[in-house]
Design a binder for this molecule. Structure first.
Ligand SMILES: C[S@@+](CC[C@H](N)C(=O)[O-])C[C@H]1O[C@@H](n2cnc3c(N)ncnc32)[C@H](O)[C@@H]1O
Length: 313
């Protein structure tokens, strides 16, 4: 299948540009370049001296970007997890000088819509689910050897799945007869195992989310990368994060809140404000897509964007 066959509509694009306040000669990082909906809009606002570091762990995303943008000297395309951000910025001599960073988390439409990637229970395809197809183990491989307890824990922790144990047991039983190789096999198994309880939600939604987060180490990598943003951003530089589920959003919200409160000291130690040193300032409230955006792009419906700005500290 041709990589350009699948399109992605960027979520909250106007709001991203409004809050990023792109400076034409600034240095920006798009940690989740995907098909470049946000990144290319940033590039459009950059002058000749402006720079964009674009990262994605999906080789198909980087291949599509390099085909389209390889002649643009303002952009550096990097294949890898966004946790390589600080190393990349160090190499470019821009530590503490970045003007803006965007994370648009989760999966892209090209990943979801291509059955061969195995992310969606709407299409039948091999149960892969790796964002980086060059490494790691596929969901099918993991499900073929994980213990019942481990599967239960993954479904509970990353899918908040009430029927985690029941699903895990069903997986173990099913695989002893026939290996689980496709998305439809897994979706069918979950549907047979648990009652339909949430309106407009396929019973396998939480299972697919949980396995995807686990296979791609999504929350671990997000935690590491968020911590890096503090040293990478210059004073006044902005951090924008778009999340698509409560686990991600909770992590982002806590990170921004803790960094905007600064260092904590035991209550009995008297401290002055300069010792507390908050390193971020939260900008406004969480931003949600408008009803109009959701009707035009239903995949935006669960998006929430949080914004913070680097302050001295
Ligand atoms: C929602 S899409 C981004 C879409 C993009 N903003 C656009 O408008 O085209 C998320 C992208 O982030 C990438 N991604 C997810 N987790 C990543 C990680 N830990 N490191 C690097 N890229 C990641 C995925 O491969 C996917 O291409």
């Amino acid at each position: 299948m041709n990589i350009t066959e699948y399109d992605h509509t960027p979520v909250l694009l106007n709001e991203v540009l409004q809050h990023l306040k792109v400076r034409p000669d600034g240095f920006y990082v798009d940690c989740t370049f995907g098909r470049g909906g946000h990144g290319k809009a940033i590039l459009q606002q950059l002058a000749e001296q402006g720079r964009l570091l674009a990262i994605d762990k999906d080789p198909a995303a980087i291949a599509a970007a390099s085909k389209e943008l390889r002649d643009d000297p303002r952009i550096t395309l990097v294949h890898g997890p966004y946790t390589i951000m600080s190393q990349q910025i160090e190499t470019q001599g821009k530590m503490g000088q970045v003007d803006g960073i965007i994370f648009d988390l989760g999966v892209s439409s090209p990943q979801l819509d291509n059955p061969a990637r195995g992310f969606s229970f709407q299409n039948d395809g091999v149960l892969d689910m790796r964002m980086d197809t060059t490494k790691g183990i596929t969901a099918a491989k993991w499900l073929s050897c994980a213990r019942e307890k481990e599967i239960t824990e993954v479904l509970q922790s990353y899918g908040e799945e009430r029927y985690a144990r029941r699903i895990a047991r069903a997986v173990i039983k099913a695989r002893s007869e026939n290996p689980l190789k496709t998305t439809q096999q897994l979706a069918g198994l979950v549907s047979e195992t648990v009652p339909t309880r949430e309106k407009h939600k396929h019973p396998a939604t939480r299972t697919f989310q949980a396995i995807r987060i686990f296979i791609n180490r999504e929350l671990d990598e997000l935690r590491v990368a968020l911590a890096q943003t503090i040293d990478v951003l210059g004073v006044g530089g902005r951090l924008l994060v778009i999340s698509f589920h409560s686990l991600e959003d909770r992590l982002v919200k806590r990170f921004m809140r803790n960094e905007s409160r600064g260092d904590s000291y035991p209550l009995e130690i008297p401290v002055t404000h300069d010792l507390i040193r908050p390193r971020l300032k939260i900008i406004g409230k969480a931003v949600y897509p408008s009803g109009r955006e959701i009707s035009e792009n239903p995949r935006a419906r669960s998006a929430v964007m949080r914004i913070a700005e680097r302050v001295t500290g």
